[in-house]
Structure formats: structure tokens, C-alpha cells
Design a protein. Structure first.
Length: 320
């Protein structure tokens, strides 16, 4: 970071420990604000559109949100405590095994929760609009928690650092606690400013993915007890594992922009496939909702154009 944008605040605390806080650039703050708006605004907009336009039940949204909280934030985290803390598995000791475990755990818990919710909790009213609304709830609450609330926390810390309020707060802490806090906050000024925009983009990709996976599980449930239903459900588990594995392991091999583009392409591809599948799991164009199939084909490379067609057609259908 440019030295003109750096404020060196040295002060003495208990033990006479020297600490430094740097200013946060305006671009970094703008990136956080953008990510917060996307992470919180898009789920709310989709919820309203799904309710008004598709007449989906409000309960489907909250079942999706609740299922994510129960299976991903509670049950999966309990498994992490057992595996990571008691078994000693972590990204530092055995990184590739950890990447496989993390992706597999996310896929198993979230897709199992999705399957249980649609098969039992939404059984009486499960249809395309409500499956889509479930996906909005599942991906939306994840975006709000991981992108929105964490972004707000970062934004408050950034503003406190730039205003000098953080220095005053740290001065009242014991030296060890103050230095630990500074170490945690250092990511706010050491992270390249453009990367703060990535969080919001990442959440959009995740919402698209969760809608697509929700529609796949919906197709599996509607197909009944048959081989096609099982294969469709397994497909949802497999896609979730692949996307998560690429997201957690990819940074060790590729630049961040490659990871984000790859995740978006896979998420959009999942949505395209789910929209084109019939209730029996077969790919049939006639199963596309009429308010999606009538939109024009977007220009660009064929694969990207096809993805854009269905992603933006879905958004336009909801918002118009």
C-alpha cells in the first residue's frame, strides 16, 4: 500500500508493546459496501420477486433458510469439531485430504438437508416455484450470513481504523489482546483492495448454484422411487462436491479470478441443466417454464451464451 495512505499509530500499552494500524483505502471500503449490498440485496429482491411473480410460499423460503442453518451451520460444524479438533485434520498438516473432507462434508450435509426438506417438509406443496423459492432461501441466508453480516463487521472496523476510534479502543486493552486484535485486523489493509469486491460476486454464484441444486433435488423427488431419481440426486451431491472442492483447493493452484470464473460457470451450468430437466430427470426442452423459454438467445461464445440465457432469463422472469 502507498505510504501516503498509511498512518503509523504507535502507542504504549501494558508491557510497552508497539503496534501499528494502517489506513484503509477508499477502493477497499467501496468493495466491502458493494459486496454487502449484493449479499443482502439480491436475496431480498429474489424473495420478493419469487413471492409476487411466481406466487411461491413464504414458508418455502424460510424452510430453505432453516435447513441451511440446521444442516450446514449446526450439524456440519459439530462434525468439524470432531474431525478437525479431535482428529487433528487441517489445511496445514494434510491440505489435500482436508480439501476433500471439507467439500464432501458440505455436499453431504447440505444436499441431504435439501432432500429431507423437499421430501417431507414441503411434500404437500412442492412444485417448481416453491423449489426455486427454497433455493433462494438456502442460498440467500448463506449470502446474508457469510457476505452481508461479515461485510458489515469489516466495514465498521475499517471506518473505526480510519477515524482513529480503533486506536482508542485498542489502547484500553491488555497488550497481548491488543496485538492479537491488530493481527486479525491486518487483513483489512494487507488484502488487495479489488479483492473486497469478490465476496459479493462469490455470493451471487453461490445463490445461482443453490437454486440449481434445489431444482435438481426437486426433479429427483418428483421422479419418485426409480433409478433416474437416484441418479439425479447423486448428480446434485456430485456437483456440490466438485464446486466446493474447486473453491477450497483452487487457490493453491490458480489465481482468484480463475476460481471465481470457474465457480460461476459451474453454477450457471448447474442451473441450465436443472431447468432443462423434466420431472423424470431426462433433459427435455419442453419442461422449461414458458416464462423462461421465450427469452432471446444472448450473444457471445456458445457455452457462455447458453449459461447467460438461462441465468438472466430467470432473473428477468422474476423481476418483470
Amino acid at each position: 500500500m502507498d505510504s501516503s495512505n498509511t498512518i503509523k499509530e504507535f502507542f504504549k500499552n501494558q508491557g510497552g508493546i508497539k503496534m501499528e494500524l494502517n489506513t484503509i483505502s477508499g477502493l477497499a471500503i467501496a468493495g466491502v459496501i458493494c459486496s454487502v449490498v449484493l449479499s443482502m440485496g439480491v436475496p431480498i429482491a429474489l424473495f420478493i420477486a419469487g413471492r409476487v411473480k411466481l406466487k411461491a410460499r413464504i414458508s418455502s423460503f424460510f424452510i430453505g433458510a432453516g435447513t441451511y442453518l440446521l444442516f450446514a451451520m449446526l450439524l456440519e460444524q459439530l462434525l468439524h469439531v470432531l474431525v478437525i479438533q479431535f482428529c487433528g485434520l487441517n489445511a496445514q498438516s494434510r491440505p489435500w485430504l482436508y480439501y476433500v473432507y471439507a467439500a464432501l462434508a458440505a455436499a453431504v450435509f447440505e444436499e441431504t438437508g435439501r432432500l429431507i426438506a423437499m421430501k417431507f417438509w414441503m411434500k404437500k406443496w412442492l412444485d417448481f416455484p416453491n423449489a426455486l423459492m427454497y433455493g433462494i432461501g438456502h442460498g440467500g441466508v448463506e449470502a446474508i450470513l457469510l457476505g452481508g453480516l461479515s461485510g458489515i463487521s469489516n466495514l465498521v472496523s475499517m471506518l473505526m481504523i480510519n477515524s482513529g476510534a480503533m486506536q482508542n479502543t485498542l489502547a484500553a486493552l491488555p497488550a497481548e489482546s491488543a496485538n492479537q486484535t491488530v493481527s486479525q485486523l491486518s487483513a483489512l489493509w494487507t488484502t488487495p483492495a479489488p479483492l473486497f469486491f469478490v465476496s459479493g460476486i462469490e455470493r451471487i454464484s453461490a445463490i445461482i448454484l443453490h437454486i440449481g441444486l434445489s431444482l435438481l433435488i426437486y426433479r429427483a423427488v418428483k421422479a419418485g422411487k426409480c433409478r433416474t431419481a437416484a441418479l439425479t440426486a447423486v448428480l446434485a451431491y456430485g456437483i456440490h462436491f466438485i464446486v466446493d472442492f474447486f473453491a477450497v483447493a483452487g487457490p493453491a493452484l490458480f489465481p482468484i479470478y480463475v476460481i471465481e470464473i470457474g465457480v460461476f460457470v459451474m453454477a450457471a451450468g448447474t442451473l441450465v441443466m436443472a431447468l432443462k430437466m423434466g420431472n423424470d430427470g431426462r433433459t427435455v426442452n419442453s419442461s422449461l417454464p414458458k416464462y423462461i423459454s421465450n427469452f432471446p438467445y444472448f450473444t457471445g461464445f456458445p457455452a457462455c451464451a447458453l449459461a447467460k440465457r438461462y441465468v438472466f432469463s430467470l432473473i428477468f422472469a422474476l423481476m418483470r
